[in-house]
Design a protein. Sequence first.
Length: 211
Amino acid sequence: MPIERRDGEIRLSAPLTEDDVAELRAGEHVLFDGTMYTARDAAHKRIIAAAEKGEAPPIDLQGQIIYYVGPTPARPGRVIGSAGPTTAMRMDPFTPKMLELGVKMIIGKGGRGPIVRQALQDHKAVYCLAVGGAGALLSKTIRSLEVIAYEDLGTESIKRLEVDGFPAIVCCDMHGGDLLQQGKDQWRQREKLGSYQPIGPASTDKRNGGG
């Protein structure tokens, strides 16, 4: 079973199934172990173009985790350089097709558009948030890196990462939950209500001279 819940932690590993991602809800904190793949705009374009020609993608995407990242070169003695997330909305045009090809989890930063949110529900997949601006810290959870496809794309090549405790937060689940949208809704509600607090019985008593 790729998903393990223990002491309030959720640990995930690929490949994931629909039953696995069905357990996850927006707002939950997760830790990733094992394999994930990197891919950004250029790699997505090539994968989609190949699929439109009836060609198979360069990696088996069934149940896989894709991290939107273009890591910087590694310093001597390190596996990888800074590995912070890319703005996910840049991949919105490609995401529905990637999910159709079998991807079950995608990781980036920022919100997703309505087409992607619907595609996550249709294809039973999940979008997670990695911490933006923390690329150096995230890189410490990456144990190995191997270029798998599109080496000519340099930092945007597809890489296989082996990770141990890579942290993220479920943003958009397969049930329609959207953590960022929930936050916006709560903010709007506070704006409507202002600082008003209903007067309870205790407050009424004090105002009328009660103890």
